[in-house]
Design a protein around this ligand. Structure first.
Ligand code: SF4
Length: 472
């Protein structure tokens, strides 16, 4: 049990409701009421998702967030802060401009923090094992931490667990996974990227464990996710899973979706590190019972080749989770937002991973990531052979005189295939990939992509205000 807790950390509430805000209020009530979590005078930090605003429900349910803030105020919280480091180093301001969330939050008595502004929200060092991670002081110094997590499907972890939400408590640069090859270990075979990612996520989680965890599944994206893609399907399970122990809450959330502990590598590692409750028999469930929730959902594609895109062939070699996740998002972006462009691009081939199969055509080959680039240096598609045939006169002579033999031999020229887009990176960055693709095809062939790239530029506005020190 956490210090000062009035709620046993083994309790998890499963709430079903027809109203998103009732999920929260009923769930908290079931666990003993908000005063079991928040005390008078507490400074509260509510960690939400601040992802790229590609549709709903990618971020947070405003209605439910409003009611959570009101509940915290009713318990006597002195200050309530809301925030997160947005994905891909985007600015909070860019997302706020689209969602209009800052004034909404202010009107209900809380404050949205622009955490990347280090002048206002300085980062302080936190030592984890042999590394230093910086985290905003305001989060560390808050009396209570709440994870308010929107659950959707996820290409790497099946669903977006609250543990994944906790990762963006720190700036993007501390979330990046560097490729470190261990002696005698096969990086790709062991999917070392994912192992290192899981280890990093759990390290961050241990910096400051939450006092209250809400997995919001009132709405849920199935099929493709976690963003709204063409293959996404919005369903409304009307569920909330609430408790104090993030691992227990995630375990029960997975269980409701038919995912066992044995197929969740992040929860297995959490169990190995004894970070929370991973034995379901030690969890006291209140509200609905797991058995009564019969939820069948469609998970994301787990093979890149299973993403069907018009005029596009996808071929993957040995690949780790790093390239898989970025390629998954890039391919879904192409499928969702480049529908017109895909009519102009008559044929393209996307290669990822080490030693992908040879493409059938020599035109418009996208090579994604260092492994694909380096391992295909000598592949056949890198060269184009052109032959200089016998000229017209020789051909005519040959037809008139049946026994005429030309003195001219056919010349074969080998040239470098330039109809290739190499996208470097380990793994490549989604937005840099989009720029490379647009640069190759030009605006006339990719009107959709040109539009989105201009929009993305405005999201980033890197160093738009040079006076502000950023923590990306
Ligand atoms: S290039 Fe891609 S597949 Fe290769 S190690 Fe890096 S992330 Fe993994």
């Amino acid at each position: 049990m956490n210090e000062n807790s009035k709620v046993n950390s083994t309790e998890v509430a499963i709430i079903k409701s027809t109203s998103p805000s009732k999920l929260i209020t009923t769930g908290i009530e079931t666990l003993g009421g908000i005063s079991a979590f928040i005390e008078k005078g507490d400074q509260v930090f509510i960690k939400i998702n601040l992802r790229v605003p590609y549709g709903f429900p990618v971020n947070v349910n405003f209605e439910a967030l409003r009611d959570l803030i009101i509940l915290c105020k009713s318990a006597g919280a002195s200050q309530i802060f809301i925030g997160s480091f947005p994905d891909h180093g985007m600015k909070t301001q860019s997302i706020v401009n689209i969602l209009g969330i800052a004034s909404y939050i202010e009107n209900v008595g809380a404050k949205l923090l622009f955490l990347e502004d280090q002048t206002k929200y300085p980062l302080i060092d936190h030592a984890i094992k042999d590394k230093i991670v910086k985290i905003p002081e305001i989060i560390l110094k808050s009396d209570k931490l709440i994870f308010f997590n929107q659950v959707s499907v996820d290409p790497l972890f099946k669903i977006t667990l609250s543990l994944l939400n906790s990762y963006s408590l720190v700036p993007n640069r501390y979330q990046r996974i560097e490729k470190v090859i261990r002696n005698g270990k096969d990086y790709l075979l062991l999917d070392q990227y994912k192992q290192d990612l899981i280890s990093n996520i759990l390290d961050i989680y241990t910096i400051k464990k939450p006092d209250l965890v809400i997995n919001d599944m009132f709405y849920f994206l199935e099929g493709a996710g976690p963003f709204v893609y063409r293959d996404s399907n919005l369903i409304s399970p009307g569920l909330g899973i609430i408790g104090r122990d993030a691992i227990a809450v995630d375990l029960i959330t997975q269980k409701l979706l038919g995912i066992d502990l044995s197929s969740s590598d992040i929860l297995i590692e959490a169990r190995n590190r004894k970070l929370g409750i991973t034995d379901i028999s030690n969890i006291t469930i209140t509200g609905e019972s797991v058995e009564n929730i019969n939820l069948k959902i469609k998970f994301s594609a787990y093979k890149l080749e299973d993403i069907n895109i018009k005029n596009t062939t996808i071929k993957a070699g040995r690949i780790c989770s790093g390239c898989f996740k970025e390629a998954y998002n890039l391919l879904n972006f192409i499928k969702t937002y480049m529908t017109k462009d895909l009519k102009y691009i008559k044929n393209q081939c996307f290669l990822a991973g080490e030693n992908p199969p040879e493409p059938k055509f020599l035109d418009n080959i996208i090579i994604f990531g260092e492994c694909a680039i380096n391992s295909t240096k000598n592949h056949e598609f890198r060269k184009i052979q052109t032959t200089t045939d016998r000229n017209y006169v020789e051909n005519v002579k040959g037809k008139i005189k049946k026994d005429y033999k030309s003195q001219k031999t056919t010349k074969v020229k080998v040239k470098t295939n330039k109809r290739i887009i190499e996208i470097p990176g380990c793994p490549p960055n989604l937005y840099e990939s989009l720029y490379s693709i647009q640069k190759y095809y030009k605006k006339s062939q990719t009107p959709n992509l040109s539009f989105y790239n201009n929009l993305i530029k405005t999201f980033y506005e890197k160093a738009s205000n040079p006076k502000i020190k950023t923590g990306d």
